[in-house]
Design a protein around this ligand. Sequence first.
Ligand code: SAH
Length: 358
Amino acid sequence: MNKLLKNINPEDLKKLMVDHGFQAYRVDQIFSYIYKKRIRDFQEMLLLPREIRDFLDKEFELEVFQSNTIRRSEDGSVKFLFKLRDNLSIESVYIPADNESDDDNSRKTLCVSTMAGCPVNCSFCATATLGYKRNLDTAEIIEQVLKSEEILNLKFSNIVFMGMGEPFLNIENVNSAINILSNQTYDLINSKKITLSTIGIPDRIIKYADSPNPVKIAVSLHATTNGQRAMIIPLAKSHSLTKLFDSLEYFYQKTHLPITYEYIVFDDFNNTELDAKRLAKFCSRFPSKVNLIPFNDISFTNPKPKEVELKAASKEKIEEFAALLRQYGAKVFIRDTFGKDIEAACGQLALSSEKLLK
Ligand code: SAH
């Protein structure tokens, strides 16, 4: 199988081209054909001499996925199932503007995966039931955006790394993908419109804060004490909230990018007045806001029995909790759920449509 060209960074390709007697500037033309003009066949890169086109054809492949299947929801969201070259599958979800809570009605978001499966094993997340398969490579991350735009024939305004997987456990490939996606020459996406969503791994957050062009981060908090968090997020046993907030404060000081906390409201578990008080206090440390998320059902994945039984809070209960948070001074939004009818809502990505490919 030929190497995927979208996995090669421009510098490495330049070296390779020069080694083969071609001029380095050709790489800019190639990249522009791929990412700006969206060409999927080397022979269509007509500005390149035939020898270069043949060389690329012999060495590289442009098509990243074997196939794709799409499911459309009644609410306008779309779930993509992409089959990778090693037969694993991943999902991406397109979410149209949410008129109620978005300041911008033209918002078109793609939710992108960073792994096939996930090793973090959060008890509320459907992806956890798949176990961990592997990290996605750079090409597989970028291609979710290119392919979905191509299929839907539109341009995304926002990209969120909130699909399958934990971005900070695959940060190198995620970063190379972001570098291409936000490269202004290709006019794909503005880096300010990209969000990395993480379970919160303090040392990785600090390292990321020190990296050249970090993007915004959202943290899946879901609890306000260490004990409570460890019950639903096994990784929290080794990363205390103190360490997490220290790393986030460092991130804010280095980048001046405000933090978003994602908080699934579980009834009778994390929605007491004391939780609201503690959560609001976290928010007062540096500029940040809370996105309250309704708990989406994952029973279709037959998850194993849990340490605590998690129940979705009703709309009214979520609003009550939001009001408490506001009372204590936090900035709060309630996230609308999209794609429930096609198992594409937050935490529901578990390849229920995989059978369609077989
Ligand atoms: N690993 C990353 C990104 C994937 S999860 C992270 O942890 O942030 C994307 C978002 O969906 C997270 O906020 C996650 O906590 C949330 N989520 C997971 N399962 C969910 C469920 N069943 N209902 C609602 N939100 C869920």
